[in-house]
Design a protein around this ligand. Structure first.
Ligand SMILES: *Cc1c(COP(=O)(O)O)cnc(C)c1O
Length: 392
C-alpha cells in the first residue's frame, strides 16, 4: 500500500493479501505453524532469505496486518506485536538495554512499569532515575554517562501533565540516547512521537486501540535497526500476541479515528461542564484553556484525549462516596473503553504510595479520573451530576 494515503484510509485499507476464498474482511488465522512448499523453501525461510510465515511465535498474518497498520499510523519503519502493553514495555527494555545501562524516566509512569523499573531491572544491573515531567529544565543534569534510554508517558496518568516531545527528541539526539514513548493515552490519531524524534513507540493495545474492553495486547514500533534487535529477543523469548487478539485489534483500528474524535468531543464537553460545578475544586484536561500546558497540548496533540480528571471537594471519603453513587459510569480498572469509566487513584491504583508521594505526582485525595466513553454526553454528564449530588 502506498504510504501517501491518509490516516483513516491506512487504518482501513491495510490488509494482508486475500486467501483463495476471496474474503472481503480478513479472516482469523488460528494456526500455530505454516506448511512449507518444499525443502528448499523451508531452508530459505529459516535463513531469512525470503519473507513468509513459519510459526506463530515468530509471525502470523493477523499480527502482520496489525503491525503494518500501526507502523503506517505512527509513521514508524517496523514493529512487533506483544501479548500485552506490559510485555511491550518489558520487551523494549530487555532487548535494547544491558547490564550497567541507565534509564531516565518521567515520574508517574504506569504502575507496572514502575514495578519493572524498581523491582525487576535492578536484578540485571539496569538502573533508572525519575525526572519530573513538569520540570524539563532539570532533565539534562540527570543524564549520566551510561544513560541509554529516555522513557516517557505524555500526558501523564492520572495528573495529565505533558512533556514537549520535540524538545525531548532533540535532547535525546544531542546525547545519543534512545527515546522510547508510551503513546497509549493518545493513540497515533492524536500524537505521533516518531515525528518529534522518538526512536521507539510502545502501546497497550488494551486501551483505546481495542476501544471496547475486549482484548489484552501491545505493540512496539520504531527504527528498523532497533526493531531488528527487539524482534530477535521476542522471537526467542516468546511474548507474541495471539492471532485472535491481533485480529480484534486490527479490526478496531478501522474505527480508531471516529472513536477518538467522539471520545475527545465528549471529554471536552464534560471538562467544560465540570469547570463550572460548585462541588468541584479543579478540572484538568489538556485542551482546556486553564491547563497550565494548554499551548504545548495544542502543539503536539491533535485533540485533548479521552481522559478528564477532577478534584471533588471533600477528600478521600467524598471520592469513595462519589464512586459508590455512580449508576451508569463503570467503576473498573481500565480506560479507553466505549463505556465511560471512573477511578479514584488515591484509594485504588496509587493507594500504596504515601500521601506525600501521591502529592508529588499530582494525586490529590479527591482526584477522580474519568475515561470518557462513547455514550451520549448528556447521559454521561447526568450520571456524574447525580453522583456529585448524592455523595454530599
Ligand atoms: C494499561 C497501560 C499499560 C499496560 O498495558 P496492559 O495491556 O495492561 O499490559 C502501559 N502503559 C499505559 C500508559 C497504560 O495505560
Amino acid at each position: 500500500m502506498a504510504k501517501s494515503k491518509k490516516f483513516e484510509t491506512n487504518a482501513i485499507r491495510t490488509q494482508v493479501p486475500r486467501s483463495p476464498m476471496r474474503e472481503h474482511s480478513v479472516p482469523l488465522y488460528m494456526t500455530s505453524s505454516f506448511v512449507f512448499d518444499d525443502a528448499e523453501q523451508a531452508r530459505a525461510l529459516f535463513a531469512d532469505e525470503i519473507p513468509g510465515n513459519i510459526y506463530t511465535r515468530f509471525s502470523n498474518p493477523n499480527n502482520t496486518e496489525f503491525i503494518e497498520k500501526m507502523c503506517l499510523l505512527e509513521g514508524a519503519e517496523d514493529g512487533i506485536a506483544t501479548a500485552s502493553g506490559m510485555s511491550a514495555v518489558f520487551t523494549s527494555f530487555a532487548s535494547l538495554l544491558k547490564s550497567g545501562d541507565h534509564l531516565l524516566v518521567s515520574r508517574s509512569v504506569f504502575g507496572s512499569t514502575h514495578q519493572i523499573l524498581t523491582m525487576i531491572l535492578p536484578k540485571w544491573g539496569i538502573t533508572h532515575t525519575y525526572a519530573d515531567i513538569d520540570k524539563p529544565e532539570t532533565w539534562e543534569a540527570l543524564i549520566q554517562k551510561n544513560t541509554k534510554m529516555i522513557f516517557v508517558e505524555t500526558p501523564s496518568n492520572p495528573a495529565l501533565d505533558l512533556i514537549d516531545l520535540e524538545w525531548l527528541g532533540t535532547l535525546a539526539k544531542k546525547h545519543g540516547i534512545l527515546l522510547n514513548v508510551d503513546n497509549c493515552f493518545c493513540t497515533p490519531y492524536l500524537q505521533q512521537p516518531v515525528s518529534f524524534g522518538a526512536d521507539i513507540v510502545i502501546h497497550s493495545g488494551t486501551k483505546f486501540l481495542d476501544g471496547q474492553g475486549r482484548a489484552i495486547g501491545g505493540i512496539i514500533v520504531g527504527r528498523k535497526d532497533l526493531i531488528k534487535e527487539v524482534r530477535f529477543f521476542a522471537r526467542h523469548s516468546g511474548p507474541s500476541l495471539s492471532p485472535f487478539n491481533a485480529w480484534i485489534l486490527s479490526k478496531s483500528l478501522e474505527t480508531l479515528s471516529v472513536r477518538m474524535e467522539r471520545h475527545c468531543e465528549n471529554a471536552m464537553k464534560l471538562a467544560l461542564h465540570l469547570e463550572q460545578h460548585a462541588e468541584i475544586q479543579k478540572v484538568k484536561y489538556p485542551f482546556l484553556a486553564s491547563h497550565p500546558q494548554h499551548h504545548l497540548a495544542k502543539k503536539q496533540m491533535k485533540l485533548g484525549g479521552g481522559i478528564v480528571t477532577f478534584v471533588v471537594k471533600g477528600g478521600v471519603d467524598r471520592g469513595r462516596k462519589f464512586l459508590n453513587s455512580l449508576e451508569m459510569v463503570s467503576h473498573t480498572a481500565n480506560l479507553g473503553d466505549s463505556r465511560s469509566i471512573a477511578t479514584h487513584p488515591a484509594s485504588t491504583t496509587h493507594s500504596k504510595l504515601s500521601e506525600t508521594e501521591r502529592a508529588a505526582v499530582g494525586i490529590l485525595p479527591g482526584l477522580i479520573r474519568i475515561s470518557v466513553g462513547l455514550e451520549h454526553i448528556d447521559d454521561i454528564t447526568a450520571d456524574i451530576e447525580q453522583a456529585l449530588e448524592n455523595s454530599k
